[in-house]
Design a protein around this ligand. Sequence first.
Ligand SMILES: [Zn+2]
Ligand SMILES: [Zn+2]
Length: 1278
Amino acid sequence: MAEPSAAEQRWLREARDFIHRALPARQEPGGPEPPLLDAVLRCLRSAGGGELPLGYSFISISDLQHQQRIPCCSHLTWSTNEFKEWAHQGRDAFPTQSALPRTYLILVGYLTDRSQENKEELVDGCLYVKDNTGIIPCELLHVELEWLESLFLFPSWSYIPQTDQSAAGYLEILVDPVPVNLPKEVPDSIPVAHPASHEPVLTSRVLCPKRSKVTVGGELTRLGPLLCIHHKTFFFLFLKCFTSAVWFPVLVQKPNQLVWHHILQLGHRYTITDLTMSSLKKLGRRIFVTGVSSCLLPYCAEQVREQLLDSAWQGESTQSAYPETAEQLSNSLQLGVEERPRSAKESKIISYVGCVTEILNVQAGLFLLDNKVCLCLAYQQLLNSARGLRPGACVELTDVHLLQKPLVSFPFVALCACLSSTVVLKSFSRLSTPYQPLASSGNLYLQLLFHYNLGMPLYLWMVSLLEAFEKRFSCFFRHHRSLLRSTRRNPTAAEKFVVPLLQAMVPDRGEARDVYSEILGKTHQCPLRKYLTLNPPCQAPSLSEIRHMAEQKSWEGFSPSQVLSPSEAQHMGTQELNRRLAWSYCTLSAGSFQPRLILLGVLRVSSRSSNLQLQDSSSWLSCVISHKDGSPFAHTALIGSLLQVENYQLIVERFLQTDFPSSEHLGNLEHVREKKTSVYVQFYFEDVQVLRAAGGPMQKGLRSRNSSSLRKRDDGSLIPELESPKAKMLKLEDPKPDTDRDENCQGDQSSARTSCVSHLFLVTQKEGLMPRNYQLPREEGGEEQELQCSFQATVLWLGRPQLWSHPSDIGNLPELEETGCDGEEGMARQEALLLFMGKSLRWFPFLHLGGLYRFIVPCCSDLEVFDKLCSPPVPLKFLSKSSCPLCLPVQDAWQLQHETWISCLPEHQLAARSVLAGMGQRISSIAEVLSNSFTGSLVSVSGEIVERSLCASPKNEKPSVTVGLQKQKGSLLASDHSVKLTISVAPGCPVVMDIYIAATCLKQLWGLLPGAKIIFQNLERKISRFHNVYCTYIASSCVSIISLPASHLPFPSSPVGEASPPSLVFLSSLQSHLQNLHQARILCHLSCVLALSLQWVCSLCSSIFKEGRCTRHNPPCPSHTGVRQASARVLVEDGTGEALVLCKNQHVAAMLGLSLLEWEVVQNCVQSRGSVSVQHGEATGTGCVEEPGDLIGCYLRSLCRSPLICRPILLDFSLDRKPSKILQPAPLQLRNFQCGEVEFVSQVGPYVSLLCLNVEEVGQDAFSYLNRERMRRTSSHC
Ligand SMILES: [Zn+2]
Ligand SMILES: [Zn+2]
């Protein structure tokens, strides 16, 4: 033999080192062991055709696990071409996946079925390869029993690391291993070889005493999955007689026999020794059970005598559980196309061989086969940890259930393996796809599946809910794997979400799954046998999807004409028409969607927009939260919590840019220039379910109540308490909040630094968000002179700042206890003006008048931190009085915590309450504000919104800071518009007040909808030219929503807007109510039409429009559209007084008693003339020149003079112009009235001027009834 080369020598040295390190000699009982190195080398030589594989190096298990990060394979004997050919086979289905990369490694190790865990031998039915350095699970397609505990060379294998690299992967053994030592001689001691064991198999011994043991032989027809129940692992196998269809179950339960599960192969013949008989009483079925001494042997016909079975077994052979075994999938698929009625379908049982093309969800046991069939292994429980089930692997399924469309939205046909199905891995994947292990403990999918005994449709639905849930919220919580990881004690957020849904679907938890009857039952029973295609009862899509769906719904079937009433719209000029169209909204609820839509989101607050928001990984949705008792929402503790809401109003505000010339063009959508929407959601706090509370100091419920605060000792030293660092400060508005939670705590993180300082205060005034002339300190020192969005609040400090060892220690308002003891004098009563800018703007939605809050300065022990930052709001020299509160800019890192409301303080803190009483602002009633006697220019008022509309900004109300505001993004209303809100005390109440808000302020003002109850603070009260009182929203104003519109909500509601008709009044009684009357109704007599005017006016410039053209010439008007307008002034009396009524447009027709058709004709006649007007008193031929052929003029004139027009009517009106309070009412006069034949005299005041809102004809019967009614009410009043 030639001298080995240097390379070979080096290689041999390494081999020796490796074997010394990884493979210590074992004491084999079968005699002296040959030197290990020689044996390995001999083995390698024989595998490599006599050559040593110098290009390969040895690898130990431990090195493999720790050094190999990506999947790889090694083929000791293959040429490059052989490898290429192997790698390319079956690649077509996976164009994007690469084949396993080849490494040149030699793997030598022992094959074993027991692993070591905590020095205890563990047998779990898995196979392992081990050497001295470690142990690794392995998968083999073929195993022989005698291979166990022997040393092998593995010529061809793949190593698949786990996706999560913290844990080890596993080995796929591609080719049978080569024994390193010469194969042991087949021992003579196989029991079955002895003639003594030629016992009759399965004869009458079945009926023998239970203790006696039998040996059975048969063909393996079915292999059940490994199950672990009550910490006991076992499986069933089924042997069939060779000559008949009779089969019998064998329960394998001894730990050392679990490895049989890998060895057994369907269709092969086996003999099992030392079985005992056992009977399952419930099923009336006898089974064989293995004992400790039972052996699995290959069946050998010469060694065992075939026996007939007794009648007990015969009976069962006639019933086959699987009549449709081996039916082709394609046939079944074709059958499934036909739609069947919605009754439970029976699933077919088929066999199938397919290739895993995708792992749909390994934790849920869902795989995709051949890109078209979903394989569900969840019902088989352990799934062998999903080892080997990588894309590219081939599986053989026997007796699996085929379910067509189990879920409406599920795109695949499902093949589900139950406990009587057999799933066998046929070949390993050649692709470099990583391994996602299945978590068997804490696996929420499997737990819920077994706990609720779910059928496949419900299971798939639950999986889809949980998958979406995890995708949406895992980024918000640091331990995102725990979102779906169930623990016994605390249900996770995902469980809280999905369990009630399942409980609603499976009210009585179904029947507990009976494992034994599922495996052994004479007729097959399992949760997969029958199914009904599930129409999910609800959905929980992502916020971006919700936004999209809401937008879509809001435009669905939307047409501009819906927004306007046609009778009004036809008289509108271009500007008014388009303004009315510019802003509308629609309300959607959970039930507006099919299926019902559940809202999930993490509550956060944006410091940019100062909006409360629900967030998920996809998007955010602004929200308005109210309390049902009308108190404002201030739960700072809820920030960062995951909320579920099922009762909500999803509001879509629609913004349209249109240029419709007139209402006739509304059908032509070309005039819609731009469509925008803004979506937000509003709901009640009481309807919120907290799925996962935010941790940290904000969590009131979790806060320990009894721990005392850390006080400064007399000597000034601190006594820090040791605290667990679990409760860290929250970060509020960062969308990825958990990445740097501690950014607020800068500097060292020693435990002493977790102490914090707090200061309690009461809010006495809050102003709205406005750009103000404050400068935010900036690091860059840029020269930004832009106005800073900010808000300010006046507060009263309560007590002194407190020092706490940890934010979670903060207790129950000790400051107030102090004040309670010391009385008024002891209380440091000090006002401050808090200035919120930048990040502290996030507190805007939480800070409300009358609330007690606490600032917490984290990581701080300086009790003077607040004083140090205070400064006078203006330079000292301008400060005349010390009463001016100090200004405190709120720092970004400070936390705000809502404690309570001043109105909720308990008895023993009343001292403090009395001190604070009267500090807050008074809320006036609408009637008070409207009253002449009201003094003061700033008002706070609450009410319900009756109507909202857009109007052109009054010129004198133009905001002075328009320049800065126009840059403000997000405001979807044109900045030259104002929003007019009409508010009343209660729906249907005639006392109303108008509030004007510049559109530029509206970005923040979500929830201003008809039906909402709101509270406005610091509005400016104004009086119009016509002596109407109204209010405007100014820089110091603030609005909060206190309750949501009742309509569209599933809870009891009163219809809003369907107000009862206005109350019936006398004209004489109007004088006393003039200031606050909005709307009323009179029964009156039309005495005379004073003036009537019908016009066609230009839709753009309101000039007269004649013969299709605008008559304005200087400058010429381009308009081609005219709009019909009409007005009339009529005199009415009701016996107590007279009134002048102004009627417009369609009310003129009603007043003249013209039908719609007649009115249409009359208006069209005006078209050619432009305008027609009739004055009272102009007689024929006198004064006014009557044009010949002016038929329409003649007609209208005679109509107005006709006695027929003087008739009783029911008139709804509002006051046109209110009389000035300065003018004294004129003295009463005596006047004559005529009622039918009767003439009488009455005292009347001056004319009241009314605006007609509606005219109704009154028949004679109704007239006398109403008159009687009126008399009765009057007399009862007298
Ligand atoms: Zn089944
Ligand atoms: Zn014009």
